[in-house]
Design a protein around this ligand. Structure first.
Ligand code: XMP
Length: 516
């Protein structure tokens, strides 16, 4: 892989995505990882990301110079560039000229990194310190008002660096520079395509599973459907999909799975009604992480029960189900604290929410992919578009959209409000414009309203429409007022328990997409 060393801030994610957009596989590692561990991953190239520190600050992450002696091509970006310059004996100083935002750089020597680029270009900068002198052996490629050395390279050693952020779209030729580094500097080929991902995974799944039985937790969403299709391609009828109705589903969900996915793929399906079990387990629970852990655990218990039944129902009653397929994605792993060096923001039900005594071995063929990549794989596999383009819906379902205790009555209220919002968004043709729109019930909050001649004392519903590229960051969607007005009117007219509809206008960060 190409390893992106994360020096903090949000840039590493974006760099990894841009590398993948160039059809080269990439992963993120923390800057605290020792050089020998980084090299043990056999990187094809390394990119040092930007970060919030100044190389002068006490405790600022330094780059171990031995990283540059391993013969692995390295690109330093922003902080990574300065850190690289410093580690190799160049001079970094605080000039007092901060460059922030769109900045013009002059390209004096296009070299390998900037090959073919015009002599002036607009790039995205964000720095206070700057490189004053390039280390020995390096050619200076570009300069700007605040940066005597804005880009450099040592072609002989395959070391490159730039002060600006090529991963940000405001750097007009940013993607080109990244590609020059990957294709020319590191000699990599654009081979990481959906077709190759599928071929690789199919082979890996066959090697792992052999002739054993496999089940897949199917929710009807994009991730589990694509994971199931991939495993079905690999091992065919050894796979049974298990759809757990946990009672936290939206209206019409179970029917949709049968209609869209099973009809198209002919996969073996087992439907389990576990709604009462989940409700009992969630009784009296209000803490979000506790809810998530309970739901994660109950999912597994439901899969175990289904697995025993599948074996019993099979002709010979022999064998056991050894493997559980899950549609876990890269952001789920990172946000559950599973990405190396990442903080645990919340326990996604299929990662941090798993019980310790798990009996299955997990197969997670999408664990390294972002959502848009999963969609591309799904389309390549022939998964119906109605599923591939579905908006995300979290495994814990409405359980984490009722703020407060989850009860059957509250679920009814939320389900009714959610159905209205979804219907109106679809009617307005907005489904592909927004990433998703959680509808949240503030079950412990009440406010006074008036309806007809009477006073009401009901609950608020929150609409949380967001736009996003990969759910790691998001912005609130500016939906047309008329659409919001229709949703609000219809919900308050048809759901008697709700007398107020509010709009969440928070980006992520600081708010996460779901409320719990
Ligand atoms: P947050 O709330 O972390 O959500 O900003 C990011 C994306 O992940 C979805 N989500 C989940 N998906 N299991 C899932 O399968 C979970 O436990 C889970 N929690 C959040 C959320 O809907 C959003 O798309």
């Amino acid at each position: 892989p190409v390893l992106v060393v994360d020096y903090g801030a949000q840039y590493a994610q974006l760099i990894a995505r841009r590398v993948r957009e160039a059809s080269v596989y990439s992963e993120i590692v923390p800057h605290t990882m020792p050089v020998q561990d980084i090299l043990a991953k056999d990187p094809a190239a390394i990119i040092l990301s930007g970060g919030p520190s100044s190389v002068y600050e006490e405790g600022a992450p330094a780059t171990d110079p031995t990283l540059f002696e391993a013969g692995v091509p390295v690109l330093g970006i922003c902080y990574g560039f300065q850190s690289m310059a410093r580690a190799l004996g160049g001079k970094v100083a605080r000039t007092g000229t901060r460059e922030y935002g769109g900045t013009v750089v002059k390209v004096e020597d296009d070299g390998e990194l900037l090959a073919g680029s015009p002599t002036q270009q607009t790039v995205w900068m964000s720095h206070g310190d700057s490189v004053q002198e390039a280390p020995e052996g390096f050619d200076v490629l570009a300069t700007s008002d605040g940066s005597p050395v804005a880009a450099f390279e040592d072609r002989r050693r395959h070391l490159y660096g730039m002060q600006w952020h090529p991963e940000v779209k405001h750097s007009v030729l940013g993607q080109e520079a990244l590609e020059r580094f990957l294709y020319d500097g590191a000699g990599l080929a654009p081979e990481w395509t959906p077709g190759n991902v599928i071929a690789e995974q199919v082979e890996a799944i066959r090697a792992t599973v052999g002739s054993d039985r496999v089940i897949c937790g199917l929710s009807g969403g994009v991730d589990s459907s694509v994971a199931a299709a991939l495993v079905q391609k690999a091992v065919g009828d050894q796979l049974t999909c298990v759809f757990v109705d946990h009672g936290l589903l939206r209206a019409g969900e179970a029917e949709q799975v049968e209609q869209d996915f099973v009809a198209a793929t002919g996969v073996n399906l087992k439907v389990v009604d576990a709604s009462q079990t989940f409700l009992d387990a969630l009784k009296g629970v209000t803490d979000p992480e506790t809810k998530r852990k309970i739901i994660g655990r109950e999912f597994i218990r439901a899969f175990e029960k289904a697995a025993r039944e599948i074996v019993a129902e099979s002709g010979d009653g022999e064998g056991e189900v050894k493997y559980l397929v899950q549609g876990t994605l890269y952001p789920d792993v990172v946000e559950s604290g599973g990405g190396e060096g990442a903080a645990n923001i919340k326990s996604h039900h299929n990662v941090g929410g798993l019980p310790d005594d798990l009996q299955f071995e997990l197969i997670e063929p999408l664990r390294t992919l972002f959502k848009d990549e999963v969609r591309a794989v799904g389309l390549e596999l022939g998964v119906p578009e109605a599923i591939v383009w579905r908006q995300p819906f979290p495994g814990p379902g409405l359980g984490i959209r009722i703020i407060g205790e989850v009860t059957a009555e509250r679920l009814e209220v939320l389900r009714a409000a959610d159905a209205v919002a979804r219907e109106e968004l679809t009617k307005a043709g907005l489904d592909r414009d927004i990433w998703q729109c959680p509808v949240v019930l503030l079950a412990d909050v009440r406010s006074v309203g008036v309806q007809g001649d009477g006073r009401t004392y009901g609950h608020p519903i929150v609409l949380r429409p967001v736009s996003s590229e990969d759910a790691m960051t998001a912005d609130w969607s500016r939906l047309p007022y008329e659409v919001l007005a229709t949703i609000s009117n219809r919900i308050t007219n048809t759901v008697p328990e709700v007398n107020r509809v509010v709009l969440d206008v928070t980006s992520k960060p600081p708010g996460t997409i779901e409320w719990e």
